[in-house]
Design a protein. Structure first.
Lengths: 256, 256
DNA sequence: ATCATAGTCGTCTCTCTGACGATAAGCACA
DNA sequence: TGTGCTTATCGTCAGAGAGACGACTATGAT
């Protein structure tokens, strides 16, 4: 009874701060990398952290994530179900909600609930954060999440946990969706797509079986007509991402 | 620069209310049902809504969800990675975070961000909500999410959307995990587990192939020794959920 | 010319699935 | 005491798909 009376009572509610944090992933050189920014003020001054910030009173959560992403990287993002869809092929990244973190002591100053978003982007030029180049970098996730924290300082707040969740989401989601193409430029080859899978999963895949799988899945890849030799070797056919978003049967991660 | 300075500034932040909403699913009779409560006050007075409530200043999000669940149903929940694990076989339900909803106008009175949790429970006695029996019910999701809203009033707030997301999560997650056992009592037969899949997916499965699949997956089912005839017909072997949480290869939803 | 590199096509085997026949073991009746 | 109905369980067979790997192609580098 008391429960039913107090539910959604607008007159007295505990105030929270709500932020968004971004797990921005890309494939650089042959490894999966995450975007980090350096904190310039306490707490965790000097630590690396995920980019993010407060949600404004009049904006939605995905909107806030998009705005922060644009501020940090200049990227435009498409939300997953094509809300404010940027045309395919524009310099757009995939953006989806990851999870929400609200441990009472996760920020020592006050009660902060953070909604984390996962962004998958093609390889980008060196990041800039508010004009200060030294305060942002791409860090290989292998070094951040490895068993030994040999990288030096861990991430600020619970951002190490958030990053781990984001990486795990990306690793499992490319298994049964065509999301790996979000790491590729508009036109790409089968080999480039395979190297994305190899970097994200950290395994080596058989080029012949991979080629058979992705070209044999209807709607996954659309031939764009051209060829390229930018990887060396025999010229490879160029493709763009097809309309299919689900992969059935899925691409299987080896050594399970 | 301004961005970097104002990030996490504790002195001035826009205040939000944070709530948890629960998508509690069970299988009753032969259909997937969700727990709804009737709202006794505006807005949406008289509408059916998902159970939920405010997060208290000193409790975590999952903790708030557990508390609300216990208040509404008397259930104890285990969070997914075994935080405050209740022993298997206790009257515990599966609880996991679903998603967070924060559209600026989702509550007409103020800015509310709601973290939705998904609960999968075995069939329960008739619900009680704060002692008022008439204010809570199990509703078949087919009637709530059907193409024609023939059920009468839709759900309050954006709870129809949240419910749809929760049902979709449950439908896809039983494909590649052993989560379907969360809908079953401690001991259950292969046929009962099959009827869970059939109710959640809304399809008919071949009993022979299903039996081969689940008994052939190591760690999925543990024979408990007994048999039962509570479904009529030939006595069936009783099982308990095995330790395996991931199903590889997955159980395939037909007619994809 | 030769080699190294990467892409593409085929083949073989093994596993798993979907379709379906056959048998087993209870209960409800006449 | 059967007969029929229900559900459980075991088996068989064909086809799809994956992993392993051979073979060939087309470019650039030396």
């Amino acid at each position: 009874m008391i429960v039913a009376m107090s539910r959604y009572d607008p007159s007295a509610f505990p105030p929270f701060a709500v932020t968004v944090d971004l797990v921005v992933l890309t494939v650089r050189d042959h490894s999966l990398c995450a975007l980090l920014v350096r904190r310039g003020e306490p707490p965790f001054q000097g630590y690396w952290a995920l980019p993010g910030g407060f949600v404004r009173p009049d904006e939605g959560l995905a909107e806030a994530a998009s705005r922060e992403l644009a501020e940090e990287t200049g990227l435009r993002a498409h939300s997953a179900p094509g809300h404010d869809a940027v045309g395919p092929g524009a310099a757009g990244a995939h953006l989806e909600q990851l999870a929400t973190y609200g441990h009472p002591q996760r920020d020592p100053r006050m009660r902060v609930v953070s909604v984390a978003y996962l962004v998958l982007a093609p390889d980008l030029p060196t990041p800039r954060a508010g004009g200060d180049a030294s305060s942002a970098r791409w860090a290989p996730v292998g070094e951040l999440l490895g068993d030994n924290p040999a990288d030096g300082v861990p991430l600020a707040f619970d951002h190490g946990l958030i990053l781990a969740d984001g990486v795990e989401r990306a690793r499992s989601k490319i298994e049964y969706s065509s999301l790996a193409t979000a790491f590729c430029p508009t036109e790409f080859t089968v080999g480039e797509l395979r190297r994305v899978y190899e970097a994200v999963w950290g395994v080596a895949l058989d080029p012949r079986n991979f080629h058979r799988k992705v070209t044999g899945t209807p709607g996954f890849l659309l031939p764009s007509g051209g060829t390229t030799t930018r990887q060396g070797g025999r010229p490879a056919q160029l493709f763009t991402a097809g309309g299919a978003t689900v992969l059935n049967p899925p691409m299987l991660r080896p050594e399970s």
